[in-house]
Design a protein around this ligand. Structure first.
Ligand code: SF4
Ligand code: SF4
Length: 149
């Protein structure tokens, strides 16, 4: 399916060979964790794949391997409101020129926030089991709910 990226690279700290990094439970209060290497000026204008993420960024040390359920995206219902893009804590909604394109499964951790904030009826994003085929998920999409009187 176009616009949907399947997970191929669920690297964690160990797989990256970065075990010497301090774990989250050893980080002291007030510490600054840089998302990018060096000067981050202009990073907003760059696409994710063009940015120089630091080893601390969840883009580098992805948490996608945590995922047991995944969001599936239905283009037919989406109104491109960008709510999911704004709220995703792992920048895993792929959007270009204000058009929602799909999910970055290499970085999505399956938290479900994008589904919660999607305003359409039915929702344009729904959570399914990690192993469920996306086409199967799309074929059983719920119908529009009628307003209760
Ligand atoms: S499930 Fe969570 S991490 Fe994945 S795309 Fe949705 S909001 Fe982002
Ligand atoms: S929140 Fe829902 S309607 Fe809005 S862009 Fe995301 S998928 Fe589309």
């Amino acid at each position: 399916m176009s616009g949907v990226h399947q997970s191929e690279d669920n690297r964690g700290i160990r797989e990256l060979g970065a075990e010497e990094l301090v774990g989250w439970d050893a980080v002291t209060q007030g510490v600054v964790i840089n998302s990018f290497e060096g000067d981050a000026t202009g990073v907003v204008e760059k696409k994710a794949e063009e940015r120089t993420y630091s080893d601390f960024s969840s883009y580098t040390a992805t948490v996608a391997s945590w995922r047991v359920i995944k969001p599936v995206y239905n283009r037919d219902i989406c109104i491109d409101c960008q709510n999911c893009w704004v709220w995703c804590p792992d920048t895993s909604i792929i959007s270009r020129d204000k058009q929602m394109l799909g999910i970055d499964y290499d970085h999505c951790k399956g938290c479900g926030v994008c589904v919660e904030v999607c305003p359409t009826n039915p929702k344009s994003l729904l959570m399914f089991g990690e192993t469920e085929d996306n086409e199967t998920a799309l074929s059983g999409w719920p119908e529009k709910k009628k307003k209760e009187k």
